[in-house]
Design a protein around this ligand. Structure first.
Ligand SMILES: Cc1cc2nc3c(=O)[nH]c(=O)nc-3n(C[C@H](O)[C@H](O)[C@H](O)COP(=O)(O)OP(=O)(O)OC[C@H]3O[C@@H](n4cnc5c(N)ncnc54)[C@H](O)[C@@H]3O)c2cc1C
Length: 268
């Protein structure tokens, strides 16, 4: 395909993907006064998901963006993450408390849609182009040119692939590197898909019935099934409990059964 001047819009940083990664970068560039555009293939922003655990090392970024207080208001810290067997005996405890000594913060659990909303507010709407699926990229001495599924093209100095685990930007880069024989073999291996993850959350729960909600910190608990192909993780958020079920089999019907075990576990 040949590109004409009319096709080309000038921008400095082109960010593909308006997920948490793309929006965080956009917010930082906005603050730094660097030109950018975000391209998102979805028609509209629909913040989905349940809980996100944010590493302690991310907190200074929120501080820099001026949103730390808002994030902390909506999040709960955790110092430990505990793994249990089915008898609810702790079999593994991960201690995150040294993070506080080293960097000043504990890791936190926050509702993913809330964090997404906080970040989205930092990026002017006109700088996020929706329904723009990036199909290909061409690098040349002047920068990089991307082509979208609606046949529009955009030119920039830097392209950032924030387009998720199956990043098309990365695949395009790899194609070029493969042609030149420069892609390391380990990078050419397909992503392993050996388990299924189901994510959900409870309805808002009554703290009188589930007193763990009154604690200042969250509980990050995992129950590993005995001779069963699944594990369940749950965290206590502000009023509801996000649950993640990881299974090596496609057994979504187990979610109900297992989440009941978790809820009962939190009652005692
Ligand atoms: C069950 C589960 C639990 C997780 N829990 C955590 C956790 O607790 N903490 C944590 O840090 N991480 C967690 N992760 C990983 C987490 O999802 C990622 O850290 C985070 O979402 C990555 O954000 P991202 O912006 O890089 O990518 P994504 O959230 O995947 O966003 C990518 C965006 O790019 C868009 N896009 C894709 N292709 C194109 C294209 N060609 N053109 C234009 N747009 C495109 C997509 O529509 C999407 O909006 C979890 C993942 C799963 C599956």
């Amino acid at each position: 395909m040949s590109y004409t001047k009319e096709h080309v819009t000038q921008a400095r940083v082109l960010i593909v993907g308006a997920g948490i990664g793309g929006l965080t970068l956009a917010a930082l560039l906005e603050k730094a006064g660097i030109e950018y555009i975000v391209f998102e293939r979805a028609k509209a922003v629909v913040p989905l998901g349940s809980a996100l655990s944010i590493g302690a090392n991310v907190m200074p970024v929120f501080e820099q963006l001026g949103i730390l207080d808002e994030v902390l208001k909506n999040a709960k810290p955790f110092g430990f993450s505990t793994g249990y067997n089915e008898q609810r005996e702790a079999t593994r405890v991960l201690d995150y408390t040294p993070a506080k000594t080293i960097g000043g913060y504990l890791p936190h659990i926050i509702s993913r849609p809330i964090l997404y909303d906080i970040l989205l507010r930092l990026v002017p709407t006109h700088k996020i182009l929706m329904s723009k699926k990036i199909l290909s990229l061409v690098q040349n001495k002047d920068g990089v040119l991307i082509r979208c599924s609606d046949n529009t093209t955009f030119h920039g100095d830097i392209l950032v692939g924030a387009d998720g685990a199956s990043s098309g930007v990365r695949q395009s880069l790899y194609k070029n590197l493969i042609k030149k024989g420069e892609l390391p073999r380990s990078d050419n291996a397909p992503l392993p898909f050996n388990s299924v993850c189901l994510v959900g959350q409870t309805r808002p729960l009554d703290p009188e019935e589930f007193p763990h909600f009154k604690d200042w910190h969250t509980w990050f608990e995992t129950i590993v099934g005995e001779n069963k192909p699944y594990a369940v993780s749950a965290q206590v958020s502000r009023l509801l409990m996000p649950i993640i079920l990881c299974s090596f089999l496609r057994l979504p019907q187990l979610l109900l059964e297992v989440s009941q075990v978790v809820l009962e576990g939190f009652k005692v």
